[in-house]
Design a protein around this ligand. Sequence first.
Ligand SMILES: [Zn+2]
Ligand SMILES: [Zn+2]
Ligand SMILES: [Zn+2]
Length: 137
Amino acid sequence: MEYTSDFLKNYGLSNTESRKQILALFTNSKGALAHADIEKNAAVNFDRVTIYRTLQTFVEKGIIHTIPTADNSVLYALCKDACKEGHHHDNHVHFICDICYTTYCLDNISIPSVELPDGFKAKQSDVVISGICKNCG
Ligand SMILES: [Zn+2]
Ligand SMILES: [Zn+2]
Ligand SMILES: [Zn+2]
């Protein structure tokens, strides 16, 4: 996904400085980002609330999706084109590297469907695999 000044407009969002900066961090990152990464790496210092609201807006609009982690924090990563406002289609496996701590979206690896017992309905499933990534292996 390439960032252009029309990108945010296409999602019905105005080009605020925080949205532009935070979007740029995602498009320049090879892995998922935590709130703290954004706070640390944004060219401008945004307060926590601004970052939080911007991330929420991006999630609602289908620009980024969330990835759960073992320590209950949340990571964020760019969505592919299929995601729409209020409707995510991210059905891919995530991979976290034990050495560089990068979390990758394995976009081409789908989460396998799991047979549930009678009476159970799945709402969401997340698969996070840990190991050693190709840059560290
Ligand atoms: Zn999505
Ligand atoms: Zn690695
Ligand atoms: Zn992902």
